[in-house]
Design a protein around this ligand. Structure first.
Ligand SMILES: [Zn+2]
Ligand SMILES: [Zn+2]
Length: 212
């Protein structure tokens, strides 16, 4: 026995609570093998390393695991979902994963959008475009979020999809409304019929992305 009976008791102490524990949760959120699946409404199922599954609600910063429900900690599952959202691996609350209707690539779109387009294929009002069929230059006014076979061309009593010049385009694509220079009359096109033009393009623009 080697009692150190005369060792003075140290009164030095740290008041920081469990720093190691906190760092550990953050590190495990990155390191551990977990699967995150969006449920919608800002909720995500997290399958943990141990195969247990928990439900994380991001807007509420809640998790169904004991670390959160009992110890009220910001657990590794909550942290993992936040990481995966930031990294673009799962959609943020209010968004869902969907395949772009124009190019087929997976993208995240707001829940309210019916017809998904990726950032590359989507248009914003003011975008300058060229009509593949005629070569005409137009300016986008709106993306309708309605299918080409749902939107009527009033003057023709036919849908955009049924118009003879649009037969080559997918009737499920969203309709884009655009105007010709100097006019406010809106015309409707299937998304893929319009090609984005560079902002600085001159009038005689020959876009390298044009294929039709
Ligand atoms: Zn948790
Ligand atoms: Zn796309």
């Amino acid at each position: 026995m080697t009692h150190t009976r005369n060792t003075p008791v140290s009164r030095k102490q740290s008041l920081v609570p469990d720093l190691d524990g906190m760092a550990d949760r953050a590190a495990r959120a990155w390191r551990e093998r977990m699967a995150v699946d969006p449920l919608g409404g800002g909720r995500y199922v997290v399958e943990s390393t141990s195969d247990a599954t928990y439900v994380v609600s991001l807007p509420g910063s809640r998790c169904s695991c004991p670390d959160h429900t009992i110890r009220n900690e910001r657990c590794k599952h909550l942290r993992r979902v936040a990481i995966e959202v930031t990294e673009g691996r799962v959609p943020p609350p209010g968004f869902r994963a969907a395949d772009c209707l124009a190019c087929g690539r997976e993208t995240f779109v707001p829940d309210a959008i019916r017809l998904p387009l990726c950032p590359t294929c989507g248009f914003e009002p003011g975008d300058r475009v060229r009509d593949r069929e005629t070569g005409d230059l137009l300016t986008v006014v709106a993306v309708a979020d309605r299918r080409a076979d749902e939107v009527e061309i009033e003057a023709l009593d036919a849908t955009v999809a049924a118009h003879p010049s649009n037969r080559a385009y997918d009737p499920a694509e969203p309709v884009v409304e655009a105007v010709y220079p100097g006019s406010e009359q809106r015309y409707s096109f299937p998304r893929s019929r319009l090609v984005r033009r560079p902002r600085a393009a001159s009038a005689g623009d020959a876009s390298p992305t044009a294929t039709g």
